[in-house]
Structures are given as C-alpha cells and as structure tokens.
Write a protein that binds this ligand. Structure first.
Ligand SMILES: [Zn+2]
Length: 504
C-alpha cells in the first residue's frame, strides 16, 4: 500500500506568458514531487491557473481581447511548461472550470453553514495588485510600494479569521504545520501572535467587473479571488465533484505540501488553514517558501526587457541545464539573480567540465578496458578509495536531509562536491596510465569500479533534480533505468557528451 503525498505550486494569474519566476517555483515543486515518488509515495502533484484575477481583466482590456480568450491562451502556455521543464505534474486545474466552481461553492456553503461568515460594511484601502485590503494603519502595500491604493466603501461578506489565529500558532509550534525556511516560520508566528483580523471574502459584482464566481445566494457579491484561488488546491483533486478522490489525495495524504513565493505566505499560513478548519478539512502539513528571482539584477517585469522566457532558454540550452541553474544557484531562503553570463559560466564549469567530464572519462575508460563495469580488488583499495567511498556513502542521506528541509540548493551542492571528489580521485589514480601497464590490471579495475560506483550514486540522487540527465548517466553505464544500476558487470554504452560546453 503506497502512502499518498500531495504537493502543489501556487497558481499564477495568467495575465501574461510564464516567466522565469514561475518556472523556478514549478521546478522546486517538481523536485519535491519526484523525491517523494522515489521514496515510494503515491504523489499527487497539482498546479493550475488563477483566472479570476482582476489583473486578467485589465490585461485583456489592454490587449483588446475577451478575458476568456486571454486566460485560455496564457493558461495553455503555463500548461506547456510541463513538457518544457520536464515537470511531473498530475493535475492542471483552471479556476474557470466547472469542477473548480463546484468546489468553491461547496467551500463557501460549508463556511456559511458553520457561522464563519457575516455581512458587514467595509471601509478601507485596497491594493489592486494583491487584490487585498491593506491592514488598518498601513498607508501602502509592502508588495506594491508605488501603487496608489483605492479607497473603498461597500458591503462585503467577512470570514471570522480572528477566531483561528491561536489554533494555527499552536499547530506551528507543535510542528503539525511546518514552514521552511525557518525565518518564515518566525515571521508567521509573529503575525499570528499580533492577532488576526476578520477578512473580507467577497467583492461587489461591479468592482470585479463580473469576472468571478458569484456568492451563492447573494447576487450583489462575487467571491474574493484569494478564497477562489486557494480552493484550487482542493478542486484539483476532487473536492466538490469526487469525494473519494479528495479523500485519497488530501485527507489521507502523509504530507500536504504547498510550494509558494514569500509574498503570498500569509494567505497560505493564516487564511488557508482557517478556511480548511471552518470546512472541517485537514490542513497542509508543510509550506515551502522561496524568494524572488531577479533577472540581470532587475525585478522581473513581465512585459519588460528583463523577462527571459523559460521556453527560449530551454530551447537554446536544454531543460536540465536550466533546472540545474535554478536549483543550485537560486537558494530558496533569499532572492536570487539569473544572468545569462552566470548561467553559461556555471553550465560549463559544473555540468560540462565536472559532471559531463566524469561521465565521459569513466565510460570511455571502461569501454577501453573491455566494456563491462569491473569489480574492485580489496588489495588495491587504499586511502583514496576509502575517502571517496565515505563521501559517496554519505551523499544519499545528505540529499534526503536537504530536500526534507526544502534546501534543494544544498542537495545540488552536495552532489557537485561528490562529482568533484570523483574527478579529483581519477586525476590522482590516473587510470589512463594504469591502462597501459598489463601488470596494473587489478589497480585499474579497482579505480574504474570506484568511478562507476560514484556515478551510480550520483545518478540516483540526481534523479529528482535532473531526471533526464540521471537517465542518460544510467544509460551510459549500461542500465536501462535507474533501478537496474545496481546489477553487477553492466556493459557501458558510450554516448554523446551529456552537457556540451556552451562557451567557445
Ligand atoms: Zn499589493
């Protein structure tokens, strides 16, 4: 019986083409999904598109097309990232789908029936960028410091969010709701301890331009886009139209993980658990929070020059080269910068010269020595072998531990260190010289065994990060898949370089 495991990305609003910031989040979530699958879990990996945002309405007006047309076109581009970035997503949900609307209505009715909603006049400042009311006393929005806030007075439905803060804080303290990295956990606890205010969860039909899900039983109001968007985590897996599926994928899951950017943490750490509590459904177990991506030092402006298309980047340099840069060089606990120069430098140094070279030289040497991965001879194992062995043996645990605390950059750098160690080991043992001396056959075999074995472990731990590369290494080592890598005496198959250098 495999244990269910749930993981999602946040759903982006689709007012433009996908940019590198979302590609980053999608790859991070994919690593979580693949790592869980490799450990035998039955994974549900969910993503989608947030289509009821007012931003989509405004973008459609500017483009002179209908909102439905704009979101359909852009949602298809976001869905296409699955192939481009080699994402193992199981479900893509659009919030304009009927199954999603059914879920939002069900959630709303559950809230209403339990007395979690009340109607009251709202007066306050509204940030259109975030589609949220800024807190009393705030003069501007942290996320959009230059945006003019709109003064609004209207009747809205309110959620009794203030009643849930204590319960959520306790769950975080007790580790039932984990937030990584740690700095974000402290930030959420401070927010909760300061006290949550009730939050308006509907808008007038007029202000939403009619582009949203109507409040059941109140035709003057539509449902706030954040309640709508959060519900997609559940609508994607059956809440609203397939309760059996929802039970297996969510209620029974060992972990329910949301991967999200730091700017929307409060919606996930306060509003979402409160909604789920009110609806008597279990919470997420982990929130994995990442920083922002800048491009060539500038904030990603979706329509501006700084928008590097993930599609173009992958078309030019390949999926795994892009995944590697995002995972290894944009640490989740701070903002990270993407620059083309750095991308090329990193690609050539770490992928072409280190990993690619280790694969090529190992497979070539084994081929020349007869073609089968040899066994080691204990009499020829010395300090160099023991030192490499120790590093290789510690790698899987190190990678697991890093991925468990949502530090894929640490996992990637641990892999890099072992690749470097194996190349250094090869330089010291110089198997190309041993190969010229028939008397050194046992020493040669021992060295080739240790190189091949380091590569075997590297391929296995690399699989969640760079799935295609992991399979390519396994293939060159003679295995048809990663599980077959352990077989003794595999016959190697020399192939093309896995990462040809970019720079000339
Ligand atoms: Zn804002």
């Amino acid at each position: 019986m495999t244990i269910p495991f749930y993981v999602s990305t946040a759903i982006p609003y689709v007012n433009a083409e996908p940019h590198l910031g979302f590609a980053y989040e999608a790859v991070l979530a994919d690593v979580v999904a693949r790592h869980a699958r490799a450990r035998g879990h039955d994974v549900r990996f969910v993503t989608g598109s947030d289509e009821h945002s007012l931003k989509n309405v405004l973008a459609a007006e500017r483009a002179g097309v209908s909102v439905a047309e704009l979101v359909r076109t852009n949602a298809a581009r976001f869905a296409a990232l699955r192939d481009t970035l080699d994402l193992s997503t199981d479900v893509f949900v659009r919030t304009s789908e009927p199954r999603h609307r059914a879920a939002v209505e069900r959630l709303w009715r559950a809230l209403a029936e339990r007395g979690e909603l009340y109607r009251a006049p709202y007066r306050g400042l509204y940030c259109a960028g975030c589609e949220r009311f800024v807190d009393e006393g705030e003069e501007r929005c942290d996320e959009h410091p230059h945006a003019a806030l709109e003064r609004i007075e209207e009747d809205n439905w309110f959620l009794r969010l203030s009643a849930h803060g204590e319960t959520i804080a306790r769950a975080i303290d007790e580790g039932r709701l984990r937030i990584e990295p740690e700095a974000h956990r402290r930030e959420v606890l401070a927010l909760l301890r300061a006290g949550l205010r009730d939050v308006s969860v509907s808008r007038s039909v007029r202000r939403a331009r009619g582009w949203a899900i109507p409040v059941p039983g109140d035709d003057t109001q539509v449902i706030w886009v954040w309640l709508d968007a959060l519900a997609s985590y559940a609508s994607a897996i059956g809440y609203g139209d397939d309760d059996d599926a929802f039970r297996t994928s969510w209620r029974d899951a060992r972990e329910r993980v949301h991967v999200l950017g730091k700017g929307i943490l409060r919606f996930h750490a306060a509003l979402w658990p409160a909604l789920l509590s009110a609806a008597r459904e279990p919470w997420p177990t982990r929130l994995f929070v990442h920083g922002y991506v800048t491009v060539e030092g500038a904030k990603i402006a979706k329509s501006g020059a700084a928008a590097i298309s993930p599609f173009e980047l992958v078309a030019r340099h390949g999926t795994d080269a892009v995944r590697w840069f995002l995972l290894r060089h944009l640490p989740v606990d701070r903002d990270g910068d993407f620059s083309l120069d750095r991308f090329v430098a990193v690609h050539d140094a770490e992928l072409a010269n280190q990993l690619g070279n280790l694969v090529a030289r190992t497979v070539t040497l084994i081929e020349r020595a007869g073609g089968h991965v040899p066994s080691a001879h204990a009499a020829h194992e010395g300090e160099l072998e023991h030192a490499l062995r120790a590093e290789v043996d510690a790698l899987a645990t190190g990678v697991d531990e890093a991925l468990d605390r949502f530090a894929p950059h640490d996992a990637a750098s641990a892999i890099s260190r072992v690749v470097l160690a194996a190349n250094t080991y090869a330089d010291r043992r110089a198997p190309w010289s041993l190969a010229r001396d028939p008397a050194a056959r046992a020493a040669l075999e021992t060295t080739l065994f240790h190189l091949a074995d380091a590569l075997r472990v590297v391929a296995i731990v690399l699989a969640p990060l760079l799935p295609t590369t992991a399979r390519a290494i396994a293939h060159q080592l003679g295995a048809d898949d990663l599980d077959a890598l352990d077989a003794p005496g595999l016959r190697v198959r020399r192939g093309a370089p896995i990462f040809p250098r970019i720079a000339r």
